[in-house]
Design a protein around this ligand. Structure first.
Ligand code: NAP
Ligand code: GLV
Length: 312
């Protein structure tokens, strides 16, 4: 039996060699050289091209090299009967936690202002409120959002989270759904630094838009480490212009790599990072993927199997 791997060219050989060492009983092939398509039973993919997966008639599982599966569901010709397994794990959480804590602290301690003061050789002593007076809000309290919320709460921030269903997390106020008291509006009204860690689904696409920005306190910051499709770019540029949004830290974009002429690159209130918040590497990610494939092939429960009804 064979498995096919589709990742960007920079790391594909590393992935192939590593997966082959973890799954010696399976022939691990690359997407561009899959051999007989009938042999392929598992596809391990990041952003597979539209119509690509349906070319493997004996496909039994699609493994997303990522926690999100939107890049797989985006294929209009996706073979819908094939189960999808996402990739989670401690390394993914650790990296996202580092990214979110780094950028929340950067904004909380107004580092961009200090850096630009340094350029002017200005001694700028800012007095910041202590963390317990800074209200941080996480959209999405799943594997990654809940972990980041706990880390921020441990640093003393006033942390809240918004999810579909209410959560019980020590030190984190829970808001859910759209209801007036404990729903999205109440969550946004209190949030000075907003972190998006939602999956991209029809319900969340374009959620970071002008109407949502207007419900945040004036000058709030946003950190989008989820997907570019959550953000309406023009609405953000407008809100940065009026000062409704004070700054944006963006890791993900509608089109990646972000095109060289996009106005985000040199916007003074935008920090662009190149989808590096939490990359899955072949060592830790490969181990998680190989374990999931083994469980799947042996008919054991696979916790990372995606509930396709739910859509994430
Ligand atoms: P997850 O475990 O599936 O959690 C998703 C969370 O979002 C859950 O709390 C869920 O609510 C909530 N949610 C989903 N739809 C919602 C809606 N319509 N309204 C309110 N809340 C909603 O996902 P995860 O593993 O934490 O990952 C989140 C996303 O991060 C991924 O999908 C991916 O796009 C992104 N990501 C980015 C990077 C990067 O490097 N930038 C790396 C990894 C992942 P319930 O708990 O009520 O179900
Ligand atoms: C990365 O973006 C992921 O979904 O894991």
């Amino acid at each position: 039996m064979a498995l096919v791997i589709r990742v960007g060219p920079a790391r594909e050989k590393w992935w192939q060699e590593h997966m082959q060492s973890l799954l010696p009983e399976i022939d691990c092939r690359l997407w561009d050289d899959p051999g007989n398509p009938d042999d392929i039973e598992i596809a391990v993919v990041w952003k597979p091209p539209a119509g690509g997966l349906k070319c493997f008639p004996n496909l039994r599982a699609i493994v997303s090299i990522g926690a999100g599966i939107d890049h797989v569901l985006a294929d209009p010709e996706l073979p819908k009967h094939v189960p999808i397994i996402r990739t989670t794990g401690e390394d993914l959480k650790i990296r996202m936690r580092e990214y979110v804590v780094l950028h929340v602290l950067r904004l909380h301690r107004r580092l961009p202002e200090i850096e630009s003061a340094q350029e002017r050789r200005e001694w700028l002593q800012l007095v910041n409120p202590p963390a317990y007076e800074r209200r941080v809000g996480l959209m999405g309290l799943g594997d990654l959002g809940a972990d980041c919320a706990k880390a921020l709460a441990a640093l003393g921030f006033d942390v809240a989270g918004w999810s579909r269903r209410p959560k019980m997390i020590d030190g984190v106020k829970s808001f859910a759904g759209q209801e007036a008291q404990n729903g999205l509006s109440a969550f946004l009204n209190r949030t000075e630094i907003l972190v998006c860690l939602l999956p991209l689904t029809p319900a969340t696409a374009g959620i970071l838009n002008a109407e949502l920005f207007s419900r945040l306190p004036k000058g709030a910051s946003i950190i989008n480490a989820a997907r570019g499709g959550h953000l309406v770019d023009d609405d953000l540029l407008e809100a940065l212009g009026t000062g409704q949004i004070g700054s944006a830290t963006l890791d993900v974009f509608h089109n990646e790599p972000l095109s060289a002429d996009h106005s985000f690159w040199d916007h003074p209130k935008v920090l662009v990072t190149p989808h590096v918040a939490s990359l899955i590497d072949p060592v830790a990610g490969g181990k998680a993927i190989a374990a999931n494939i083994r469980r799947f092939l042996e008919g054991e429960p696979v916790p990372d199997l995606v509930d396709l009804e739910q859509g994430y």
